[in-house]
Design a protein. Structure first.
Length: 346
């Protein structure tokens, strides 16, 4: 953010006959000089340029002051620097570092800032897949989704033998009456429930969703799209899908089994599973009493639900007892991508 400077001088105790003063007359300054590192990184991976290529500009080129590339870069760098609100750009449009990042130090028109204000950026954010009279910049949703995967693949100098994709749904709390907001009992707040897909530190997908849906909603479509794109470049790679119990759904597990994708999902605790692992919990309790240390026992077995699963699948349950804290725990996961189809329910 651009800093306003004062011409006042502040005097301090002289040292060896020399005056010591503090001055704030450095001229046009910024508190976001570190953004130059972001700019250098972007020049290497061309993220802004490629992201801007997912948009089509139907405006009259002779009348355009702020190009799509400039608008996209301004918004992306602003968010990266912590300026999430569009209103911030009514001041950021005059910031010298933002102008350097945007590659535009002066406007074409005398009465215009080098960068765009909140109204122009708002029209970009509200753009449609098909242009309208007011929104003349359209976007290609498929190209934007694919860009995240392409950047991930290109970050590797050689194809890895295996990758782990992590699915997660988390709350995006809301503090107003935004369209599509709903109250979520688990998070105890009004929120959205976006879906994320990561591979390590690489973001492969981020989908904004309302909170009145199952955590796994849309996950099959997202995984089909992402994995197909990855296998186009790395056809021999082994893929492991990992998620919590909110994703242990028949549709997603069946898709993985039918498409050669291994998975490792959490499995929610219930009375039948507790009964299945009673002996292991007792053994862990006995060991913990003897050693006065936490103890664990594991058990693998075939498992299926009464109605919702189409087949039995391998499950690994862990029983953990900590005698010092008087606690026992039961946790587990689905550990096999290919269930024993046709096996009777346990």
């Amino acid at each position: 953010m651009q800093t306003e400077c004062s011409a006042d001088l502040f005097g301090f105790t002289p040292v060896e006959g020399r005056k010591v003063v503090a001055a704030f007359d450095g001229g046009q300054m910024t508190s976001d000089a570190g953004a130059m590192l972001l700019g250098a990184t972007d020049r290497q991976i061309r993220l802004i340029e490629r992201f801007a290529g997912c948009f089509t500009d139907y405006r009259d080129a002779d009348l355009v002051e702020h190009t799509v590339s400039s608008l996209v870069g301004q918004r992306v760098f602003g968010i990266a620097l912590g300026y999430e609100d569009l209103i911030d750009h009514d001041q950021l449009r005059h910031d010298p570092v933002m102008a350097v990042l945007g590659g535009k130090l002066a406007a074409k028109r005398a009465n215009c800032a080098p960068l765009a204000g909140k109204s122009t950026l708002n029209r970009l954010e509200l753009s449609r897949e098909q242009p309208t009279g007011y929104h003349k910049i359209s976007y290609d949703a498929g190209a934007i989704d694919g860009l995240f995967v392409d950047l991930f693949v290109e970050a590797h100098s050689a194809p890895p033998t295996q990758i782990t994709l992590d699915l997660d749904a988390t709350d995006d709390p809301l503090h107003g009456h935004q369209e599509g907001r709903f109250f979520h009992g688990y998070y105890d707040t009004y929120c959205y429930l976006p879906l994320y897909v990561f591979c390590g530190r690489h973001l492969l997908a981020a989908k904004l969703r309302p909170a009145n849906i199952d955590a796994s909603a849309g996950s099959v479509e997202e995984m089909a799209r992402i994995i197909a794109r990855i296998r186009q470049r790395w056809p021999q790679i082994r893929i492991l899908l990992r998620a919590d119990s909110g994703f242990a759904r028949e549709a997603l597990m069946a898709w993985c089994e039918n498409n050669g994708v291994d998975y490792l999902f959490g499995l929610a605790k219930n009375s039948r599973l507790v009964t299945e692992i009673e002996a292991e919990l007792a053994a862990a309790q006995e060991q913990s009493q003897k050693t006065e240390k936490p103890a664990r026992r594991f058990k693998d077995f075939a498992w299926r639900t009464r109605d919702s699963w189409s087949c039995a699948r391998r499950v690994r349950r862990q029983g953990r007892v900590d005698r010092r804290q008087g606690q026992s725990a039961l946790c587990g996961h689905l550990a096999d991508a290919r269930g024993a189809r046709g096996s009777p329910p346990l």
